[in-house]
Design a protein around this ligand. Structure first.
Ligand SMILES: [Zn+2]
Ligand SMILES: [Zn+2]
Length: 335
């Protein structure tokens, strides 16, 4: 859609269950037009799960979404973030400042809070990973130029008042929610589960549409961690999922199976590409895995995803990473 025909996105609120509201908040990203925050009734207020991206006007979108379901920011008694990505945690500081509520989040949030504290350093690190992965200088400069000036989406770094770890429970009118660590998409990712109603707040771990993304470079094996997290959620036997993007869905098990299948397919493809074309850089492997060339829009996403699979195969003992010589890119070969 072009700018002139594109509908202006605004925050919207809707009730999905008695005492549960979906707050759909706009995002500035192509292909990901909005994300969800979930409000759950708790006494005379609400617990807010996730809070949306911070930029100019973003608080207005949250307030508008709340107002559509007769809620106000002042009703927030507790803010819980499923993970520290900007579209889930971006407005945390604003909400904590405005309401005095606590923020609960998993302690492994450095993947975001460190880069938000020093965006230039984070950008240099990302460029270094790209260079090491074999991205040639020319597109690298183009990506860098495209990114210049775009904000972090985080109002201010605010540390959690409480570490969101297994054993912590969140009290709401729907009952208590338990905490389940689900790293892979992000090291700080957790899912929240209400066992009597079997409702799952899944963040970005499970979405209606299978969409794989890994924060690469912070943990030993993000793709392997993601697969383990699918097992964690499968064991909960949820019957309703409130995801971080898109509509609620009920066929939770089918979504778990579909995620596992797609990871398996891509890992298999990555192995096949390296076995037949190696030694090969991650950058050269991407179009062979996806069947499409790298573009500035998909570059960061696909490169992180591919590096996650190559690393997973290395952990499994199937591939080896050959360090680049004299500042050259690293290459991958079959073990
Ligand atoms: Zn995320
Ligand atoms: Zn998200």
């Amino acid at each position: 859609m072009t700018g002139s025909t594109r509908k202006r996105e605004v925050g919207r609120g809707e009730r999905v269950l008695p005492g549960v509201w979906r707050l759909r908040l706009p995002l500035p990203w192509p292909g990901v037009p909005h994300g969800n925050a979930w409000a759950v009734a708790a006494g005379d207020g609400i617990v807010l799960f996730d809070c949306g991206y911070h930029d100019e006007g973003s608080l207005g979108h949250l307030e508008r979404a709340l107002a559509m379901v007769n809620l106000r920011l002042e009703h927030v008694r507790l803010l819980v973030c499923t993970h520290a990505h900007s579209d889930h945690y971006g407005q945390a500081a604003t909400i904590v400042d405005a309401t005095g509520c606590e923020l609960w989040m998993h302690p492994d949030h450095e993947h975001m809070t460190r880069s938000a504290a020093d965006p230039e350093e984070a950008w240099r690190r990302r460029i270094e990973v790209a260079r090491q992965s074999g991205v040639p200088a020319e597109p690298l400069e183009r990506y860098a130029a495209m990114r210049k000036g775009s904000g972090t989406g985080i109002a201010r770094i605010v540390e959690p008042d409480r570490d969101l770890l297994p054993g912590v429970e969140i009290e709401t009118d729907l009952g208590r929610w338990t905490v389940h660590e689900t790293p892979g998409h992000a090291p700080s990712h957790v899912c929240l589960f209400q066992p009597e109603r079997r409702v799952l707040i899944s963040g970005d771990h499970l979405l209606g549409r299978v969409s794989l993304y890994y924060d690469y470079g912070y943990t030993p094996d993000p793709a392997g961690e993601f697969l383990g997290s699918l097992d964690v959620v499968e064991a909960l036997d949820a019957r309703l999922c409130l995801p971080g993007h898109g509509r609620t869905f009920t066929d939770v098990q089918a979504h778990i199976v579909a995620n596992r299948a797609l990871v398996g397919e891509r890992v298999g493809k990555a192995l096949e590409v390296v076995e037949t074309r190696g030694p090969i850089t991650a950058f050269d492997a991407v179009p062979l895995i996806y069947g499409e060339p790298i573009t500035p829009l998909n570059a960061n996403w696909w490169l992180s995803e591919t590096l996650a699979y190559l690393t997973h195969l290395q952990v499994l003992g199937r591939l080896e990473r050959i360090p680049g010589e004299g500042g050259g890119p690293e290459r991958w070969v079959a073990a």
